[in-house]
Ligand binder design. Structure first.
Ligand SMILES: Cc1cc2nc3c(=O)[nH]c(=O)nc-3n(C[C@H](O)[C@H](O)[C@H](O)COP(=O)(O)OP(=O)(O)OC[C@H]3O[C@@H](n4cnc5c(N)ncnc54)[C@H](O)[C@@H]3O)c2cc1C
Ligand SMILES: NC(=O)c1ccc[n+]([C@@H]2O[C@H](COP(=O)([O-])OP(=O)(O)OC[C@H]3O[C@@H](n4cnc5c(N)ncnc54)[C@H](O)[C@@H]3O)[C@@H](O)[C@H]2O)c1
Length: 509
């Protein structure tokens, strides 16, 4: 605890603040302690004597740390290592056709989610001068947040400058007959699975469905994926979903696309706890087909946590969009709120459901809160969310990985950009051949022909994740292509794909 925050509340032995503290007023009150909430609090007060508090209903660190990004990537990495080893002469004879050590993989995952203990996160917050109040928060008028603790006690917090809402999302379960009653797995179960069901039906075809399918099959499940879109990963360039599907099928996954689940039957659904199989066999009916499995995973998108956060108490009853997200302006201030005190960062504003984008928004919101508190102007590059406008990077950690930034070719055309696209086989650069002789992958640049700059890039292949930031710099910096020509990629790295792509477009004049 810093002196500044200690004066705002009395600390409990675990570092969280307690009811009955002398003053329940902070400069900034943040509702929701995921990474965006944490960062908003940090950036709003750092280098000042302002105070901040995070209200958290579950664990500080949020969905990302315990039930999403971190456990999913922990479950995916061992497969990458094993698959690389299986294809590397000099190593593959040592590995043979052995599978993963499932118990060790799950144990490492448990270490990475810190066994669902958020003590170190609370310690970080306190070290940054941020208090933590446990409980469920909701607005209760302007600059006021009411917190209901697990024991039912209610406490009212006041903010001098700002309230930041960062309550995120939960898994959506579509209204399919029998589905809810079957107690299906959602992202929380599959990222925290303690058992490996022999047969799993994965419903969805987006990022969660494709990543989860990758680790489920690697752990030994027989997976049937049922998606209602015509391709996998439909927000990406179509070749990305095609390559991911091709690899899934090679590994034994059954993929049904343009297929809608219409009915689910499970005779003895039981709530056996997170990550355990929730009862006996379940039959999933879709179109003309059906499949009987030991567990069903629903990965069909997210629902914003905007329902019970007191928007009505500040005149924002109709402020959410039709999906329930709470729109903001580029200062991350809620559209339509009176005065400049209410901010939304992270998934809840619906701009980009990604941790790194939520944290970026939080850095902007924090800087805006600090500037407004100090009466400074909001002119300048630090105070506006620009990256959410067509410059969002994302890596999907499937086999192969999919890394993209900015606009797909189709999105760019839909926006009226005069587009030219170049594509190249990632396997034909020396750097990837050295990684794997059987390397398969593809890269694509989307070029705004008039401005001669990149507006999008996609890389698909093993280990492409780290290639992405070069493209993000080029897209955000609007680096002219003739200038990129002088950014020489090292030999022999996968980055030489940049040279090949630019050669396809070489036109000195
Ligand atoms: C399986 C999976 C894998 C993912 N992998 C990645 C990835 O690799 N990379 C990536 O960038 N993104 C990934 N994402 C997306 C990422 O998890 C989210 O974008 C991110 O968690 C959003 O952060 P947030 O703080 O806005 O919301 P959340 O992480 O949902 O956090 C919200 C917090 O608010 C708390 N809260 C909610 N309501 C209240 C209330 N009323 N009072 C107090 N507290 C409240 C919750 O308990 C929670 O701690 C993944 C998502 C899933 C489902
Ligand atoms: N590596 C990462 O960056 C990462 C990993 C996981 C999740 N995330 C984020 O989390 C968010 C949620 O991911 P998600 O995959 O749950 O949602 P999503 O919106 O990306 O995909 C949902 C998919 O489910 C399909 N679908 C919807 N209803 C269906 C139905 N009734 N039957 C069959 N299919 C159906 C849709 O066609 C869509 O493809 C995403 O926005 C994503 O960016 C990111």
């Amino acid at each position: 605890m810093t002196a500044a925050s200690a004066s705002a509340s009395a600390p409990a032995p675990d570092g969280t603040a307690q009811s009955g503290a002398p003053a329940d007023t902070w400069d900034v009150v943040v509702v929701g302690g995921g990474p965006p909430g944490e960062n908003a609090a940090q950036y709003a007060i750092q280098g000042s004597d302002r105070t901040a508090v995070i209200v958290e209903a579950e664990l500080v660190g949020g969905e990302c740390s315990y039930w999403a990004c971190m456990p999913s990537k922990a479950l995916l990495r061992p497969w990458n290592v094993l698959d690389d080893a299986r294809h590397m002469p000099g190593v593959k004879s040592l590995v043979g056709d052995r599978g993963l050590d499932v118990a060790a993989v799950l144990e490492r995952r448990d270490t990475i989610v810190n066994h669902h203990d958020d003590g170190s996160q609370v310690q970080w917050a306190n070290g940054a001068g941020i208090d933590v109040v446990r409980g469920r928060g909701r607005l209760a008028g302007e600059r006021t947040v009411e917190v209901t603790a697990a024991d039912g006690s209610v406490r009212t917090l006041h903010a001098r400058h700002a309230v930041v809402l960062a309550t995120g999302t939960t898994a959506a379960v579509p209204p399919v007959p029998g589905l809810r009653e079957a107690l299906p797995w959602t992202s929380r179960d599959v990222t925290n699975q303690h058992e490996v069901p022999a047969r799993v039906a994965v419903v969805g075809g987006g990022v969660v469905a494709c990543e989860a399918t990758t680790w489920l099959q690697a752990l030994g499940s027989q997976v049937t994926l049922i998606g209602n879109a015509p391709g996998l990963l439909p927000r990406n360039e179509p070749f990305a979903g095609d390559l991911v599907r091709q690899r899934m099928e090679e590994l034994g996954v059954t993929v049904h696309l343009s297929a809608s689940v219409d009915r689910v039957e499970r005779a003895d659904a039981r709530d056996t706890g997170e990550g355990h199989v929730h009862g006996g066999p379940v039959t999933v009916h879709f179109g003309d087909g059906s499949v009987t499995v030991d567990e069903i995973l629903v990965a069909t998108g997210r629902v914003p946590a905007s329902r019970d956060i007191g928007l009505d108490t500040v005149g924002l009853t109709d402020a959410t969009d039709r999906r329930g997200y709470l729109p903001v302006d580029d200062h991350l201030t809620v559209t339509g709120a009176q005065g400049d005190w209410l901010y939304v960062v992270g998934d809840l504003n619906g701009r980009a459901l990604l941790t790194h984008m939520g944290k970026y928004q939080a850095r902007i919101a924090g800087a805006v809160i600090a500037a407004r508190a100090e009466g400074r102007s909001l002119d300048g590059p630090w105070y506006r969310d620009t990256a959410d406008h067509d410059q969002v990077p994302q890596v999907t950690f499937t086999d192969p990985e999919v890394a993209s930034v900015g606009l797909s070719e189709q999105d760019a055309r839909d926006k009226g950009v005069d587009v030219e696209a170049v594509e190249y086989d990632l396997a034909s650069v020396a750097g990837t051949y050295l990684l794997r002789e059987d390397y398969r992958g593809r890269a694509k640049l989307v070029i705004d022909r008039a401005a001669d700059v990149l507006v999008g890039a996609t890389f698909v292949g093993p280990d492409v994740a780290e290639l992405l930031h070069s493209a993000t710099v080029a897209v955000v910096g609007r680096v002219p292509l003739p200038t990129l020509w002088h950014a020489v990629p090292s030999y022999p790295t996968a980055s030489e794909i940049w040279l090949r792509l630019l050669e396809s477009r070489y036109s000195p004049s």
